[in-house]
Design a protein around this ligand. Sequence first.
Ligand code: NAD
Length: 416
Amino acid sequence: MASGDMQMLEGTIAWVNAAVAQLGIRDDMRDVIVEPWRELTVSIPVQMDNGTVRVFHGYRSQHNAARGPFKGGIRFHLAVDQSHTRALGMLMTFKSALVNIPFGGAKGGIQVDPRALSERELIELTRRYTRGINHVLGVSRDIPAPDLGTNSQTMAWIMDEYSALHGYTPGIVTGKPVELGGSEGRSESPGRGAAIVSRLAALDRGIGGESPSIIVQGYGQVGSSAARKFVEDGARVVAVSDVSGGLYNPKGVDIAALDKLLAEGGKFSDFKGEEKVSNDELLCLEADVLVPAAIEDVLTSDNAPNIKVKMVVEGANQPTTTAADAILTERGIPVVPDILANAGGVVVSYFEWAQNIQQFKWKLDRVYAELTSIMETAYRATQEYAMANSVTLRSAAYTLAIQRLHRAIELRGFLK
Ligand code: NAD
């Protein structure tokens, strides 16, 4: 990251401060909105396969539950620390408020590279982390979900461990395997939501016509599901990448063939026929829309002047630094912010939680119809606020979310 770019937490707080100023909220109330309500740090000793013991560090930051129980993913990544989870927990509060679902925000994780552990080590790590934080979780307290480096299998282990301690509790996590009470469509939801709002934002701005060209960085849960939905809607996905590098084809990468290769255990780099590009090169290719869907801080003051797309849609959380955001705005490149673009994940998590509580299963077409409706409503509200107040989509999204959060805090009489 370039020296002019703020760290993730500072950047998130800067956006909150701007929204608080826009709304005329008092300074002391700003602190209530920014500060996390509770944070937990746990040491997790794990006996490794070679007999040695390693101590890992785990976190859970519960940001705010004024609008509903704490809700947010669990990340397994080497960059996880208290400041990271705090920033990501705040984003979750604003995301839930923006799409108007009855959740607050939280985030957790373990500082680990999950690819470097055996399956047994990973299960042990996940179970011990769950035991360490189980007393602050609960179906109406705090409900984790998958994030970077975790998936439905991780959620199944968390549910199993929590259920061993508290009795059968499928609603304790979302993003579970469908066989264990997961919702149809949950794994496709964050990317699908991003593609839905991207299409609306492109139409409103006359970008790309019927078949816009799309670059997707990161081909995990968010990136791959976005790519599939873009193709389903007639767009051309011209470049995709994972951590090992990218594939580029101006006529469109064959997403179905790539998915088949990966499903059969092949590697991204094994995919034949497309030009190979680095992740840095991929971000600066020419196309209509860029969807950074891997990690944070990939668009910085270094590369923002060289971005050649007409619009950025933030599939990942906080992929754009505040400095890069200012450069893109100055250059007239709209940014659809993370708290709107990738909110489809928490929306279908809400459906999953509701299904678990009701013990009633929804069909996939109902999940997709309700997801589309919520994403469209949130996009329209954000777009209208941005137009009416001559502000960016990010500023509009933060302002709408913080307005709702502030109202809930007032109504609940926390400060009376
Ligand atoms: P994932 O682990 O499923 O996939 C991450 C992808 O990014 C992989 O393809 C990985 O190879 C790639 N990647 C990792 N490091 C990279 C790097 N340095 N450069 C380029 N590519 C890299 O993770 P995910 O769940 O898809 O999450 C991705 C982002 O989306 C994160 O910011 C996460 O917080 C956010 N998000 C996830 C969800 C969800 O439900 N999974 C919902 C909303 C937002």
